[in-house]
Design a protein around this ligand. Sequence first.
Ligand SMILES: Nc1nc2c(ncn2[C@@H]2O[C@H](COP(=O)(O)OP(=O)(O)OP(=O)(O)O)[C@@H](O)[C@H]2O)c(=O)[nH]1
Ligand SMILES: [Mg+2]
Length: 297
Amino acid sequence: MLVERARDGDPRAVARLITLVESGDDTVPAIAAALAPYTGRAQVVGLTGSPGVGKSTTTNELVRALRAHGHRVGVLAIDPSSPFTGGAILGDRVRMQDHATDPGVYIRSMSSRGHLGGLSAATPQAVRVLEGAGCDVVLVETVGVGQAEVEVASLADTTLVLLAPGMGDAIQAVKAGILEIADVFVVNKADRDGADATVRDIQGMIALGERGPGQWRPQVVRTIAARGEGIDDVAAAIDKHRAWLVEHDELRRRRELRARIGSLRDGTQLPALAAEVASGATDPYAAAEALLAQLSG
Ligand SMILES: Nc1nc2c(ncn2[C@@H]2O[C@H](COP(=O)(O)OP(=O)(O)OP(=O)(O)O)[C@@H](O)[C@H]2O)c(=O)[nH]1
Ligand SMILES: [Mg+2]
């Protein structure tokens, strides 16, 4: 019944469903089953980057741009929360108040509840709720934890990595393996000194990366999110990446892989491989390759 009401655009039903999946309620399997026919359609865009780099401001402006194109938009803002209290900081909700009264936008803060990797354990299910509620685009803002935001790339079709001048971010990004997950780099706070240098650093690193023919080359966009400047360029870069995904059949491939990885259970090599990685007997890349080989049958 809740899923039906969410399909009809009832925001309270959407909120209730997300609360249920967030709390790991007994009804989650039933909810997942009821949502299944409607999922896998929305474009999922992840935004990650260091604390204070401008993720919420950019998200807010992207919502505006997407609404102008007539899209229904869902936003999941993952708040850092104390592992002790489980309480979330509500700053993001405040920053996205612009869209509070727009019926074409659902905005939801979720507590990361000590889950590492910049997401909350329930985020994938919450994305499915928003898809079920008819969102064409779902924006996921991760916790700005600095080093461990790469998890969002496994959920999103397109991952934006935000940087700001003068934070030494470009170098940090490489160390954290963020270069590998960025489909689009957004150099925000371009009103500050050093934006050119940051753009140059990133361009330089992209040039060094090895790419086979037909592989995606990360885009670099500069923005002043606080003034809404450059946001259309971000939206254009997202569209371009989406077109690339479709053209190379990557969208289908990634989603199928994600669905299969999501249903990993016993009977796979996962526990054994995890133990081997933990003991140093193998490395994570080799283990991932082995797992993929098994999944592809
Ligand atoms: N100068 C300048 N400030 C900006 C710009 N974009 C955002 N800010 C400011 O930077 C601060 C942090 O912005 P947020 O959007 O909250 O950053 P965030 O990455 O979501 O932060 P966390 O979620 O706390 O990690 C706010 O005071 C914004 O007003 C910009 O383009 N230029
Ligand atoms: Mg934020």
